[in-house]
Structures are given as C-alpha cells and as structure tokens.
Write a protein that binds this ligand. Structure first.
Ligand code: X8Z
Ligand code: ZN
Length: 626
C-alpha cells in the first residue's frame, strides 16, 4: 500500500504530486462504511487496550513512521529524478516496508479505537492512522511487495513515456507544451494519439492487478473498497462526501456549460465543421491541453474581438525578458516573501530539479517535497518558460510553504487540513497575478495595463483554466471509484473513461478508441496513484481563500481585480491556518481563515459573474449542451 500517514506521506503525496508515496488526510470519525464492514483481523497489540496504552502506541508509531518516512522519501526522490532499474528497486523496497508497516499500524489503530475514554487527540490520530493508506495491501505474504513493484513500474513507465510529432519522438513534457502551441489538427491528433497509445496501453494489465491487490487490502482494513477508503478522509462519512462533491458541481455546471458552448462556437469558426462540428462534444485535442483539462492555452482562438485583447500573455512577457526557469522560481518566492513568509532554505535552491536533465529519465510531472519533514523542501519540475509553468511554480511552492508552516506539528498531523487545502494554497496565491501585480514586479509595462474595458477578456482567460477544469477534476475519481467498487470492470475500463469525459466535460477523443487502449493511464495521477478529488475541491476552495484574503486586505472593487501581494496581515492570517496542519477537522481550519465552515462555490461564481452574463449573451439562440 501506499502509506501516507502524514507528512511525507503527505509530502510525497502531497505532493500528491509526488508519485510514489501517498498522502492522506485526517478522518474524525470511524467511517460509517468501516463500522458496517467486518472488523479487521486481530493483530497483537504492543500495549494494553486502555486510553494510556493507546497513547503509548501512538507515540511509538509517530517516532517510527517519521524515521521510516524520511528514508522512504530519499529513495522516492532519487527514483523520481533518476529512473532506472536500481532506483526502481530501491523505491519498491522502501515502499514495501512502508506498506507492510502501514497495514499493521492501521489494523492496530482500529483496535485501539474501540477503547472507551480516549482523549481527543489520540482518537483523532488513531483515525488518521487507520485511513492513512492510498493503496493498502492484504496481509498475504508477498502482496505488499507485488503492489509496490507494480506501482513503481507504472510510475516509471509514465515518466519514461514518449509521444510523436511529425514522425519524430518527443518527451512527455515537450508533448504537453506542444499541445498548447500547435494549431494544426493533424499534428495535434498525432501528438494526442501517440501519447495515449505509447503511455497508456502498456499499463492495462498492471493496473488491473494493482486494483485487485489494493481492494483486498482495503477490505482487510474494514473498508468496502479502496475508493470508499479515499472518500473517508474528509471528516465526514464517504456518503456525505459524495453528496458535497456533487453539490459543488451542480452549483458550477451552468457556468461550465456556457463556457463549453462559447468555446465550441469559436473552434467551429476556426476549424470548420469537418474538424469541429457546431453541435455535440468538443474534439479533445483542440483545447490546448493533452487531457483537455485546462484550456487557457487556446485563449487566442476564443478571444472576443476588441475586449479580448488583454494586451499581454505571461509566457510572452517572460520570454521577452529572457527569463529563465530559475528567474520564474525567484518571482514565485518573492510573492510569498511579500506576505511575510521566510525565504526558502538554501538547500531548496541546491536540491530542486528545475529542468529536465539531459541525460537521464525522470518523472517530469511537477511535485513538491519535504524530504526530512522539517525544512528539506524541494520541487521537481521540468520547467518551460511559459504561462502554465509560471502558475505551476506558485502552485508547488504553496505545498512547500504549507509543509514548513506545520512542521512543528506531531507526525500524524504533518498534513493539510484536507488534501484539497494542500492543492489550493498555491493556486489561490496565483490568483493574485493580476496585470497590476505584473507591473509591480517589472514584467509588464505600466502603459500596457488593460483598462476595465478588457475585463471580459481577462476573466475569459482565467475561466479557460479555472472553470474548464471543474468537470475533469470531478470525473477522474468518478472513474477510479467505479473501478474500485467494481461498477467499471477491465472489460470496459476505456469506454467508461471516454463516456465520463463525454458526460461531464462534453469532450470526445480525436480518433476511435477501443479496449486495446487504456487512456486513463496517459494521465499522471492514474499510474501515479494520486487521488484526484483534491484538485476539484481546490478549484472551489482557492476562490474562498482568495475572497477572504481580499476582504482582509480591504479590497472594495470587483473580486477579479484584487491582488493581495505585499499584504502582511493576509500572510499572518494564512499562516495561522497553515500551521494547524491536520490537527483539527478541516472546517475549523477553513473558519480560521475565511470565517466559514462550509466549502462553497459562491466566491468562484461571484468572481466569474460578469463573464457568465457575457457568455449567456454570446450564446443566445445557440443550442448549448452536447
Ligand atoms: O498535479 C498537479 C500539480 C501537482 S500536485 C502540478 N495538478 C493537477 C494536474 O496537473 O492534473 C495541478 C492542477 C491539477
Ligand atoms: Zn499540487
């Protein structure tokens, strides 16, 4: 299993981004599904089943896991940044130990949870420990090792993946960037198809077997399946979580539908009926992103006449000033420093992987790490000088500043309030990258700051990334939950993925698919086993955080023009929430910063309200939907 008891787990995971470990977040109650399921097999307990025995158990576990986690992260880091047979073996070796220990501790935690009179912290930590696994293995000898061999192989296969462009082999990070730049449908199709088929197809058997093992593991721990285990990590029952998830989508879907309708019209005008019909779903490779998850890269295609010329493009500004990836990282750090956060440690600059090394295989998908669970912060990226990576740097740094803010917490609380919080921090900061801010840091000429007549364009550019993402963020784990609960079987793995993309996103693949394909494997988080609901939650949460920060800073204008750059009070209030780590249920953390205890799409809808009205006007008379 991937054990994510915390930190690192978190970190790694947190990285959520970091592939081979896992993260988890706290659960406040024994999940309802777990209570209904058979009790985990008895496991000899090291201390009596008393409140004091439980406390001693937790103290030992926290010490043991802290140390194990550090060495496991060292192995994972070297594997992620230098893939070969040896580092795969090291990663699988430490992963196996972590899995075996994680299963043992989770089983024991479930037994201590039956003790009456536990103090609140011990009960919370036992619950965290019990649900800390991303992938559990059953206790059968060899199962944990097989699981870790498979998950390491899946991750490394993704890292080594290649695509084709004009008949030439290209790396995954180049393919990703090209999908944003190319406007020739035949070339787009070639890159899309080659990536999905080279990378996804070979993973199918490994993935199928991995699901079997992980589900056996989850069942042994008393969960219905691995998906139910994942959904039990949110201080509420899995059923309540699913209801909240669907409610947030219902609130935002009308806005997405308008954006889809408008974008389809523009694509139809540009490419013609043969490539993009005026009705029905949108062809997946035309949206500027390999997974059609964020569409900002085709802003030039959809920009409205007049109000659409926002006067700048961040990628071009960076290029124009010959900024390097390192410069981009320094700009990111500068934002956090302006809020009062201490500079990143010297080791960050020494150990971070800024760009793709020329002579070895790596996992390019961006991730943020805290290798020693204290201050050994690092980012692993294959940075390109473009707008996507400028935002991603702020995103990854959000993870690192969060990790450092909670590093005084006990081991089992070294994590975000929930995993959506971890994903939202850097994005929320990046919402402050307004034209005015770009002037402040010398990237934009003050004469080029777009006036209010350009607001529609600015909002549309943001919506192409933020709003377009919502159904994708939602469906990735709808697919995985279905795989784990058996409603999606290996016989329809691919069709179910294609169907979900059509149903939620209104997207269709550019070429026919079959069950020889395994398109989910072409998205990092599937072979990387990183739960994805967190990114959907983060899209919503980041606007809640942003509105709170703008309120704290006394902003009175339209929400989308606010930048809290340089505001120390925002920094202090933010730090107070971050420093809580996972020590309290997430509504407490949310309240500490925003005053609210509910996740709500209202701030996001307020931000985009002027755009939504404008889109409705543009789409008037059109048959929207697909
Ligand atoms: O995976 C990431 C980060 C690392 S946690 C780069 N993101 C999701 C993705 O790329 O699919 C950030 C946005 C969504
Ligand atoms: Zn992230």
């Amino acid at each position: 299993m991937k054990f994510a008891a915390s930190v690192s787990l978190a970190a790694l995971a947190l990285a959520g981004c970091a592939a081979n470990t896992s993260s988890t977040s706290p659960v406040a109650e024994v999940p309802a599904t777990a209570a209904a399921a058979p009790a985990p097999a008895a496991n000899a307990l090291p201390y009596p089943q008393t409140p004091e025995g439980a406390r001693q158990f937790i103290a030992d576990v926290e010490k043991d896991l802290f140390d194990l986690n550090v060495i496991t992260q060292h192995a994972a880091w070297v594997n992620n940044t230098y893939i070969n047979e040896d580092t795969d073996a090291l990663n699988a070796y430490f992963g196996t130990i972590t899995t075996e220990k994680g299963v043992k501790y989770a089983t024991q935690a479930a037994q201590y949870l039956q003790v009456q009179g536990l103090d609140a912290d011990t009960a919370r930590k036992l619950n965290i420990l019990r649900g800390a696994l991303v992938l559990a293995a059953p206790s059968t000898p060899g199962a944990a090792a097989e699981l870790n061999d498979i998950s390491t192989r899946l991750q490394s296969t993704y890292g080594k993946g290649r695509a084709m462009h004009k008949g030439k082999v290209i790396t995954g990070d180049d393919a990703e960037a090209l999908m944003g730049e190319l406007r020739n449908p035949a070339e787009l199709k070639e890159v899309w198809q080659s990536w999905h088929e080279n990378v996804g197809r070979p993973m199918r058997n490994d993935y199928t077997r991995m699901v079997e093992i992980a589900n056996q593991g989850a069942k042994e721990l008393g969960y219905a399946d691995t998906g139910a285990m994942w959904r039990s990590q949110y201080d509420m029952s899995p059923e309540e979580f699913s209801a909240m998830y669907d409610r947030l989508w219902a609130e935002t879907k009308p806005l997405y539908n308008q954006l889809h309708c408008y974008t389809r019209t523009k694509l139809n005008q540009k490419y013609g009926n043969a490539v993009q019909p005026a009705t029905g779903p949108i062809r997946a490779d035309l949206l500027g992103n390999m997974w059609a998850q964020e569409w900002g890269n085709i802003y030039d295609v959809v920009a409205p006449k007049g109000s659409g010329d926002v006067g700048y493009d961040i990628g071009k500004l960076l290029e124009g000033q010959k900024k390097t990836p390192l410069d981009m990282f320094k700009i990111g750090e500068g934002f956090y420093s302006s809020l009062g956060f201490a500079p990143l440690p010297k080791t960050f600059w020494e150990r971070t992987q800024f760009t793709r090394p020329r002579d070895r295989e790596v996992v390019c998908h961006a991730s943020a790490w805290d290798v020693d669970n204290k201050d050994d912060l690092r980012i692993k990226m294959c940075t390109k000088v473009n707008s996507d990576d400028f935002v991603t740097i702020h995103h990854e740094m959000g993870h690192n500043y969060y990790q450092r803010a909670y590093n005084q917490q006990p081991y089992l609380y070294l994590n975000g309030a929930n995993d959506g919080f971890h994903e939202a921090i850097g994005d929320f900061v990046a919402l402050s990258i307004t034209p005015q801010y770009l002037v402040q840091i010398g990237l934009l000429d003050p004469k080029k700051v777009p006036d209010e007549s350009k607001d529609t364009g600015l909002l549309l550019r943001q919506a192409m990334d933020k709003v377009a993402f919502l159904p994708f963020g939602l469906l990735v784990d709808k697919w995985r939950w279905g795989v784990f609960n058996g409603s999606i079987t290996p016989a329809n793995y691919n069709q179910a993925w294609v169907d979900l993309k059509r149903e939620y996103q209104g997207i269709t693949p550019p070429v026919a698919r079959s069950e020889a394909d395994f398109d989910p494997g072409a998205k990092f988080h599937i072979p990387g086993n990183t739960p994805y609901a967190r990114y959907f939650l983060a899209r919503i949460l980041q606007f809640q955080f942003y509105k709170a920060a703008c309120d704290i800073s006394g902003w009175k204008g339209p929400l989308h023009r606010c930048s809290f750059y340089g505001n120390k009070e925002v920094g202090q209030r933010l730090n107070a929430m971050l420093a809580m780590g996972a020590s309290k249920p997430w509504p407490d953390a949310l309240q500490a910063f925003t005053g609210s205890r509910e996740m709500s799409a209202k701030p996001m809808l307020e931000y985009f309200a002027p755009l939504q009205r404008w889109l409705e006007e543009q789409n008037r008379g059109k048959q929207c939907g697909w």
